[in-house]
Structures are given as C-alpha cells and as structure tokens.
Design a protein around this ligand. Sequence first.
Ligand code: NIG
Ligand code: FE
Length: 420
Amino acid sequence: MMADKDDLILHNIGRLYTFRGEGAVAGKAMDSPVIIEGAALTARGGKISMVGREEEVWERADLGEAAECIDCGGRVVVPGFVDPHTHAVFGGTREFELAMKLKGASYLDILEAGGGILRTVKDTRSLSTEELTTLLDERLDRMLRYGTTSVEIKSGYGLDRETELRLLRAVRGSSSPLTKVATFLGPHAVPPEYRDRPDEFLDMMIEMLEGIAREGLAQYADIFCEKGVFNAEQTRRFLSAAREAGLGVKVHSDEIENLGGTIVGASLGAVSADHLLVSTEKDLEAMKRSGTVPVLLPATLMTIFEDRVPDVRGIMEMDLPLAIATDLNPNCMVESMQFIQTLACYRLRMTPNEILAASTVNAAFAIGLGDRKGRLKEGYDADILILKDPSFDHVVYHFGVNHVDTVIINGKVIERDMEW
Ligand code: NIG
Ligand code: FE
C-alpha cells in the first residue's frame, strides 16, 4: 500500500539528471537529459513522489514525522544504474586464459578447445544452489557499491537440465536488494556430450521452456547466435518456442560473425539484441521496426582483444535507443558500470549524457523495466544515486575510482557516505 506521507527527502542537490517523456530515449535525444540545478526530490513507500526545484519541493512536500532527510551537499543525483546484460552466476575464474589470448588464441579457438564457456560449465556443475547464490551475491554486492540498482542475470553455465535450473534457482535465492531480472540462456554453447548433436541439445533446452515460464524462474530466454555455436535457424527455433511458452526474448548476435541473429531476434519481437559488433544497416533497420533495444558491451571487446567497435553513430542516426552493459562473465570480470561508462566514452566515443541514458533509461527498457526504472520521475521506483561530483561528466572522465556516495533502492538507503 502506498504510504500517505513522504518518508524520504533529498535536498540541496546541485544537479539532478532525468529524461523527458516515458519511452526509451532514442538517438539525438540521448544527448539532452533534463538537468535541474538546485533540485530536491521526495519519495514515499519506495516510489518517487516529487522532483523539482528545491523551494518548490519544500513547499509542497508532505513529510511524515520520521521522514529521512538527506542533504546532498550540492552534489549530483542520477537514476540508479541498470546493468541489462550479465552472466553473474557461475563458478570458477578464467584468469589463465589471459596468457593464451596474449599468445594469439582467439575467443572461438579457446571455446573450440574445450575452454572458455565450457571450462566454466565444468566449474559450475559441481556447485550447489547455495554456493552459486553466495558467489552471485558477492558480485551483486560489488555492483551495488558501484551504483547498479537493477540487473539482468543469465543462466548458461549449466548446459544440462539440472544445472540450468539450479542456476535460475540460485538467482531466485539471492538476498541482494538489487532488482533482478532472470534470463534462461540454456543455448549458450553446445556441451561436449552433445558435440555432434547440437539440435538434440537444443530440443532439450526447448523442452525446459514451459516449466521455466510456469515457475516464473526467468522472464526472458536468450541464445548465443555465433559461428560454431548456434546458427540463425536454431536461433529462430529456440526463440519462437520461448515466445510460445510466454517468455520474452533476447539474442546474443553479431559479436564475431554476422549469422543473421539480430534479424531473427527482431522478427520475433526481441526486447534487446546484444553485442552487435558486425551488425549491418539491415540489422539496425530490423531493430528499429521491432522496437528492439541495441545493447553494446564495450568491456567484452576489450577482453577479446578486439580493436574494432560497433557502429555507434549508425545506431544513433537511426534513432535507436542505445544501452550499454557490463556483460559480467568469467571472460569479462567487471561489475562496475562506471568502468563501462568510461569505455563507452573513450572507445565508443559516446558523450557523458548519451552514456547516462544508455546506462539508466534505455538499459531499463532493454530488460522490460522501462515503465518504473531509469528515470527520476513521479511514480517511478525510488532507485537513486548521490554521486561525489558536481556533474555526471566526472564519472566518465575520472576513471578507476568509485564516484558513488549513496545508493538508494526502492526508497531505502542501502549505502551512505562511501569512501573514494
Ligand atoms: O556475452 N558471448 C557469449 N557469452 C558471453 C561470454 C561468456 C564466456 O566467455 O564465459 C558474452 O560475452
Ligand atoms: Fe553475454
């Protein structure tokens, strides 16, 4: 039930950032956030109740007696970051692959030799649900301290019925206060037992979809459409079945080779298509028609030693609502959206304002939360960051440190006065 009085007020905000309207923020509009100087904000029952100029908010606020009052000291307030693509639940690490990659082995060479995803599958299958949840929660806690308040988490390191379900249950068992969206990525690779029978493996993953949807274990289904992994036809078969089972769909496409996965995903109404390094204009047009959010993963490019970058300006010019994500996985060990924001600037040449839109409002749309997350606006969830700086530009510009001072999730202060 909605509380009848405001229970939180943030005041003395130097600059508050939010976005106009209600939909995802496309293309040029990404560079024009709404910036309120000298702002304040109130919340009640976990939702934002008012945002505006300081004097106006004080005048109209209806504060309860026990309301928490936070003086922001003239600093910046932004919506909590949304990380719309992670593989945050897995066992083991793969630091030893660095040396192999430095000697010239490619991502697909390592996978082909039974390493990469398949190595992590070995390290994951031996863990219990509780052990997986503990590892996940440690990672989510680091994400939170770096400002992430909502996250998408994919399964995909089980590649058998039991372990895939265990991974989704481990996500469900998480006690982290972040908002979590679970995605079933059963077809993440072909496990060794099915090496010569990928379609049989895919059939098994398809059979799981109904149960997963019925139990509410995942909201989305995803597949790795890539050379040597799953082709466009298999992608269509799996994602169509997922839709029929009532799940939303996503796709890993155009990361290394363009097999047509983006077009298949878009034709099935995918909420997002992710990676997109080698996407063409046709792929972008398909996403535009279907309202699919393009999600770019700049840290992944770095960890596979890829010097090329996706066509960011093409995406912007087509008025697509670009989002960015960590892709946290054992090949790309990064929890911090701030690190991704820095790469988005220095590698993808996005402006700080575009980057903020890509990691809040558009990221929320990439995981189906756009109607309640990613904006500081009346009626939206009170997921809020107080940063240590006078403008968001500093977060992108000054890297390798944590700019988050305070994290608020659903109107509750989770972290406060964090050190640099
Ligand atoms: O999105 N590309 C496929 N999946 C992950 C990597 C997973 C892994 O290497 O363990 C990704 O980059
Ligand atoms: Fe991924």
